[in-house]
Design a protein around this ligand. Structure first.
Ligand code: NDP
Length: 286
């Protein structure tokens, strides 16, 4: 049908590669359920052409969008403003156009993770959290855990220099005690009441691969989380479940960061259960 009414608000997801990224399906499901006329497009951007691509999207008044690998850092330079989370972890995954036409970059990965964790760990502030990894996902998560004010965060990573940098950047932003330790041989998880977060890329598209950790057999009240969402039930989560831990999969984080974006863009709360179902549907097709 010919468009006669107002134009649809447009949103983007840029990355390279973005083929197979299920965000568009999740976002359009959320928009439709809200009766919102926004359109969400997945756009492959050649890394050599990031700059003209961004200027084009902003010039065409896209209302916002998501940024995925490898552009989460580079995109910062083209934005007018950054939220505290984005500037602390030096990465943007969500962009919003303000009424005055300027663009704000936020990082909602860690916020999405925190939301799903607090739901199953209302006592999170009193706990110690061990985070494996020091890349984009780990950095967003550690930033949010520190802003939230958990008691202690220990970062464990293959390359010590990366964890050192992550922790040094965040030192002093809150009372959270931040530390890092080398990852030599098998990391032993033996403290009760811990939260352990698998935030490396190990296990992505590799259902049998697991980071080098061992869970003590008599653990009590430990929560194990994975950021990897494909497969949803990772080898790490299976191992944790066998050791009696409560588990949190990466889909919760993916859904929540998307739901936070929809809220920023439309000022409305989307149906998270429906968004999760749309992702499960998309993965079943892939
Ligand atoms: P990065 O490339 O930024 O970081 C990768 C991290 O994994 C680094 O810490 C790296 O260690 C570590 N790593 C890689 N290979 C190994 C290995 N063989 N052994 C031990 N450590 C290893 O990736 P991201 O942080 O952006 O993404 C990580 C994962 O998080 C991906 O699977 C991604 O899909 C997922 N993700 C999920 C989200 C969600 O919403 N659920 C949101 C964002 C990401 P080193 O420093 O030594 O190189």
């Amino acid at each position: 049908a010919l468009m006669k009414g107002p134009l649809s608000p447009l949103y983007f997801c840029i990355g390279s590669p973005v083929v197979g990224n299920p965000t568009q399906h999740m976002m359009e499901t959320a928009f439709d359920a809200l009766g919102y006329s926004g359109r969400y497009l997945t756009i492959e951007v050649d890394p050599e052409e990031l700059e003209p691509s961004i200027w084009g999207l902003l010039a065409m008044r896209f209302q916002g969008g998501n940024v995925t690998a490898p552009f989460k850092q580079e995109v910062l330079t083209y934005l007018d403003e950054l939220t505290e989370s984005a500037s602390l972890c030096d990465a943007v995954n969500c962009i919003t156009r303000k009424e005055d036409g300027t663009y704000v970059g936020d990082n909602t990965d860690g916020k999405g993770f925190l939301q799903s964790l607090v739901e199953i760990a209302p006592d999170l502030k009193k706990r110690k959290v061990v985070v494996f990894g020091s890349g984009g996902a780990a950095s967003a998560i550690v930033t949010e855990l520190a802003l939230y004010g958990v008691r202690q965060v220990m970062v464990v990573n293959r390359t010590l220099a990366h964890s050192k940098k992550l922790v040094t950047n965040l030192e002093g932003i809150s009372k959270t005690v931040l530390g890092y330790e080398p990852w030599e041989r098998t990391y032993q998880i033996r403290e009760n009441d811990l939260v352990v977060v698998q935030a490396t890329s190990v296990g992505l598209f590799a259902p049998h691969e697991c980071i080098n950790v061992a869970f003590a057999p008599d653990l009590n009240n430990v929560i194990a989380c994975d950021v990897v969402f494909n497969p949803v039930e990772t080898a790490f989560l299976k191992k944790a479940k066998l050791a009696g831990c409560k588990t949190l999969d990466g889909l919760g984080m993916l859904v929540n960061q998307g739901a936070i974006a929809v809220k920023l863009w439309t000022d409305r709360d989307p149906d998270r259960a429906l968004m999760r179902a749309s992702l499960e549907e998309a993965f079943a097709v892939c």
